[in-house]
Design a protein. Sequence first.
Length: 108
Amino acid sequence: MGTTGLESAFAVVYTELVRPGILPLATVVQRLVAGAALMELDTPTIAVGERANLTLVDLEREWTVGEHGYVSRSRNCCFDGRRVRGRVLLTVADGGVAHTDPALGATA
């Protein structure tokens, strides 16, 4: 069995480390995109002529982890029930929509 950590990763790190001033937001973003190199993938960039790779985040949106279930087939999460801030609204990977928050009124 796995855990649904990826669904809450940004919000938990943002709430617990960025908002209190322990880490700058730029460091968190850099660390989250740096993982591509570990998988021998190109580091995502935003550039003219390149397929889009980006994430839209509402830094002020508060939400409770697991309140509407999980996208993952796994149902266990060590952050279940935790109130966090910072909601991923949209993820575009290699030019296609990979995730859309239902609050935007569209699905991936």
